[in-house]
Write a protein that binds this ligand. Sequence first.
Ligand code: XUL
Ligand code: MN
Length: 350
Amino acid sequence: MASAAGSTYGYRFSFGPWNIHEGADPFGPTVRPTVEWGKKLKLYKKLGFDGVQFHDDDAVREVDSKSGKQVEKEAAEVGKAIRGEGLEVEIVAPRLWEDARGIDGGYTANDPKSRKWAIERSKRCIDIANVLGCDLIVLWLAREGTYVREAKDAARAHEYLLDAINAMLKHDRKIRIAIEPKPNEPMDHAYVPTIGHALALGMMSNDPKRVGGLIETAHALLAGLDPSDEMAFALAAGKLWSVHLNDQNGLKYDQDKAFGSANLRQAWNQVRVLERAGYAKTGAMVGLDVKAMRTQKAEVATRHLANSRRIFLRLIEKVRSFDKKVEKQFVDARDYEGLELAVMEHLMGK
Ligand code: XUL
Ligand code: MN
């Protein structure tokens, strides 16, 4: 049996500092004290993690107000501390959605000054990633969409997105970009809602081989899609460069629940698709994007991370121990009712 301390079957795990948080939500203030970055960093290995996911301003605070030199100096210090813990930086993502210039979206804003700022900020993000020894930029296109359809020229908006992606590809000839699609929240409708949209955009870019995707479970569910099929599509194209595993109870706000906690069968299928495609061998990490419940007390506010990792590893065991002969017999006989019961019995521990 895999335990938190047991075998990881070749998988490596990551999370971002925002996954240990104070518990504020749109209707109430924080409920837990802030855990400072230095303390979070010490928790990674203890919890069984190997990689750090960053936003640019997780790594370097107030990145816009600092000179390029200063930004690189601070990033170098952060990188040193991370390596000192035996960790690596998995991804860096430009956080465009908290700045006033990103109110109408960054890359697709109607105001050309905002669009210019968004591209410049994304280049700084790449510079930070370089200092941190990371070649993967994640684009969660938070406000690249509309609250009302008439607000933007949607066809033009996609050209703006391409302009931004091309500018990033040109800024650094080695950097790779993984687009993290999400259909809504904070926008009513986002422009890149699925992995199909993301990879198509990548194909239209000036260097398609450096544009791929990151699938988040909750985002796929919000789009009414099966996360394992979204992953399979990217895997078939050699484009699944990371995942954000979590869970989600139906169509509502993005919940970021612990992996497998809402729908174990769907979680098993995600693990199955990753395992069958040899995801661990691609070198990509298993990223989590999970939030502790608001009710969780400070001293146990990292359980959601350890639990998600544990559920993933338990499901790897389940995938590996599922009787392949039985599976083949049911598939050959086209008896999918039989196959389903065999899966359910297996998951229930029989
Ligand atoms: C938002 C989300 C982000 C990205 C990183 O829903 O998932 O945290 O993962 O920018
Ligand atoms: Mn995410």
